[in-house]
Design a binder for this molecule. Structure first.
Ligand SMILES: [Zn+2]
Length: 289
C-alpha cells in the first residue's frame, strides 16, 4: 500500500516536472519562474473563451469611443463608395436598426423580444468569440428573420493593432464560426468602435466584405436613461438612416436602457411613417458570399 502510494507520488511528481519543462521550453530559460507561470496562466485564460462572457479585447465601447477617430467614417465612405456604407437612399422612408457586440446572454434575448413585439427586423453584428460561446442565441437571431454580420472575433481596436494579419485572422475566424452555426458566410462587416483606415478597408474589400457604418448613433454605450437614448435617435433619424445600438456589452456594461429605449423608438418612428428593414434591404446589397 505504502509502496503504491510512493509510486503514484513519483508519477505525479515526474509528470508535473515534464509539464514545467514544456512551459520553460516555450517561454525561454531566462524568464523568472513566477513570470513563466503568469504567462502560462494568461495563455490558458486566452484559450478558454467559454469561461464567462468573452470580453471586448480593445476595451469597452465607452473609453474607446471618446477618443479621436483615426479616419472619419465619412472620409472612408467617400474614398470607398462601393465598399463602405453609412446610410441608404434618402428617397424612401426606410431605416435599419443595427445591434453590435452580441450575442450577449444578458441582453440579446430581450432585444429580440422587443423586435418581435413590434414585428420589425434588425441587423446584428456579432463577435465570433461570443457566437461560439452562445450559438443558441445566434440561431434564434437567424430563425427570427434578422440579418447577421461580422464584428470580429475578440473586438480588438484594429487601428491600434495596425496589422492586416490581425484583421484577416479576426474576420476569417468569425466568418468560419458563424458559418458553422448559420450555414452561410456573411458579407457584412462592422469594425469595432468604427475604427478603420485605408489599407484595412482595402483588405476587407479584397476579402469580399461590405463595410457597414452608421448615420445615427444612439450613444447607448453611455448608458444614459432610456428617454435620453430615444431622443438621441429620434432627434436625428432621417430617411435611409442606419441606427447604431448595442445588444452586447463588456462584462461591466449594461444594456437595460437600450432595451427600454427601443420600446419608445420603434413605435414613434412607425407613427412618423418609417418602415424598418434590414441593412441589406436598405442598401440593396447581398448579405452572404
Ligand atoms: Zn462593438
Amino acid at each position: 500500500m505504502r509502496n503504491n502510494m510512493f509510486k503514484w507520488t513519483l508519477v505525479i511528481g515526474l509528470s508535473a516536472c515534464f509539464q514545467m519543462t514544456d512551459v520553460m521550453t516555450v517561454y525561454g530559460n531566462d524568464a523568472p519562474l513566477d513570470e513563466v507561470w503568469l504567462q502560462w496562466w494568461k495563455k490558458e485564460k486566452r484559450e478558454k473563451p467559454k469561461e464567462g462572457i468573452p470580453k471586448l479585447r480593445g476595451g469597452s465601447e465607452h473609453p474607446e469611443r471618446t477618443r479621436q477617430q483615426p479616419v472619419d467614417m465619412r472620409i472612408l465612405q467617400q474614398r470607398y463608395p462601393d465598399t463602405f456604407f453609412l446610410q441608404g437612399s434618402a428617397t424612401q422612408n426606410r431605416v435599419a436598426l443595427t445591434f453590435d457586440d452580441g450575442p450577449d446572454p444578458r441582453f440579446t434575448n430581450d432585444i429580440l423580444d422587443v423586435l418581435n413585439q413590434y414585428n420589425v427586423p434588425g441587423t446584428f453584428f456579432l463577435m465570433g468569440s461570443r457566437a461560439v460561446a452562445y450559438p443558441e442565441i445566434v440561431t434564434r437571431i437567424q430563425s427570427e428573420g434578422h440579418v447577421i454580420g461580422n464584428h470580429t472575433y475578440f473586438h480588438p481596436n484594429l487601428v491600434d493593432e495596425s496589422s492586416l494579419e490581425t484583421l484577416e485572422r479576426e474576420v476569417t475566424r468569425t466568418e468560419d464560426a458563424l458559418n458553422d452555426i448559420i450555414g452561410f458566410r456573411t458579407r457584412l462587416f462592422r469594425p469595432p468602435y468604427g475604427f478603420l483606415y485605408n489599407e484595412l478597408v482595402e483588405k476587407l474589400a479584397e476579402m469580399n466584405y461590405l463595410v457597414i457604418g452608421w448615420s445615427v448613433d444612439s450613444l447607448d454605450w453611455q448608458e444614459d436613461p432610456p428617454e435620453v437614448i430615444a431622443s438621441n435617435v429620434l432627434g436625428i433619424t432621417h430617411p435611409g438612416a442606419i441606427i447604431l445600438m448595442h445588444d452586447g456589452a463588456d462584462w461591466n456594461g449594461d444594456r437595460t436602457n437600450t432595451i427600454e429605449a427601443l420600446k419608445q423608438i420603434i413605435p414613434t418612428l412607425q407613427e412618423q411613417g418609417y418602415e424598418f428593414v434590414t441593412v441589406p434591404e436598405l442598401l440593396n446589397i447581398p448579405f452572404s458570399k
